[in-house]
Design a protein around this ligand. Structure first.
Ligand SMILES: [Zn+2]
Length: 280
């Protein structure tokens, strides 16, 4: 998994976090993965690779936004893309957390606003995004996750930046509700469980440490329905705006994660994850 800040390189400053993983090597990770697989596989089929925009140095750039209601799996999908293609995964939630952990001036402002019971204004979120995107610290592109959240933020984004596509992961409200309400967390070691797909061996008991499994405070039906309502009223206008610009790529988020990933890659004309299989 990509960590937002390599501890060795972390500096306490007003600079937002960077992802260093993409500087590990000169080749995109998926290529390294393919090359590593080659000796094992005699029947590896490489899908046609269609690359589009390049920067001034001729490097191929991919700029995506990923959208969907909480619980749609967009974090998982963004991470898979980021890992295989060395895209920088820009999570707005992580940006907020980083600013707060590092006691930046912006974090102090945000804390005051939240303490006053207000929502963080668009202007501050946009400032955060602008600073982060001004870094240009990607070699192959980025996936923006958690922004824009409303029509105004989408307008700001479209006016300031160019993107290749907006990946919209579609999941019905009922599926989100079922997914979120089945989440459990070990109260001792923090391991995640799901009472539908990832059950512990003994009910309500962590397989690893024996701790009691609990539900997160905001994983209750009322809170989930409120978040869904906020998405439908505030964020969907942003989706519509992108849709009018023909940037939206809709993907069925109820499929298993690897199938969702495959569908995203098909739609974006990105190479598929390579299965290493031996012939015969
Ligand atoms: Zn545990």
């Amino acid at each position: 998994m990509l960590s937002l800040c390599n501890p060795d390189e972390r500096q306490i400053s007003e600079s937002p976090p960077r992802v260093y993983a993409h500087r590990r090597q000169n080749k995109p990770a998926f290529l390294v993965f393919v090359l590593n697989c080659m000796p094992l596989a005699s029947n590896v089929i490489l899908h046609t690779v269609t690359f589009s925009p390049t920067d001034k140095q001729g490097n191929v750039m991919h700029k995506y936004v990923i959208m969907g209601v909480q619980g749609c799996g967009k974090g998982t999908q963004a991470k898979m893309l980021a890992e295989d293609f060395d895209f920088v995964h820009i999570s707005v939630g992580d940006l907020f957390r980083w600013n707060i952990q590092n006691h930046t001036k912006l974090a102090a402002r945000i804390k005051r606003i939240i303490a006053d019971g207000q929502l963080v204004p668009d202007e501050i979120v946009e400032q955060l995004i602008r600073r982060r995107l001004d870094d240009h610290d990607w070699n192959f592109g980025y996936i923006l996750d958690g922004f824009p959240r409303n029509g105004r933020q989408a307008l700001f984004f479209l006016e300031s930046y160019d993107i290749d596509a907006v990946i919209q992961i579609d999941v019905s409200d009922e599926v989100v509700l079922q997914r979120v309400l089945s989440r459990r967390l070990c109260s001792q070691c923090g391991l995640d469980y799901n009472v539908i797909h990832h059950r512990p061996a003994v009910d309500n008991q962590c397989d690893v440490c024996g701790g009691e499994l609990v539900t997160r405070a905001d994983d209750n039906e009322r809170a989930v329905r409120e978040r869904l309502e906020t998405y439908h009223t505030k964020t969907e206008p942003a989706v519509k705006l992108f849709s009018r610009k023909e940037l939206i790529v809709n993907v069925d988020g109820t499929l298993p994660p690897h199938e969702v990933q495959a569908e995203i890659r098909t739609r974006l004309q990105l190479p598929q994850r390579v299965e290493c299989t031996e012939s015969g």
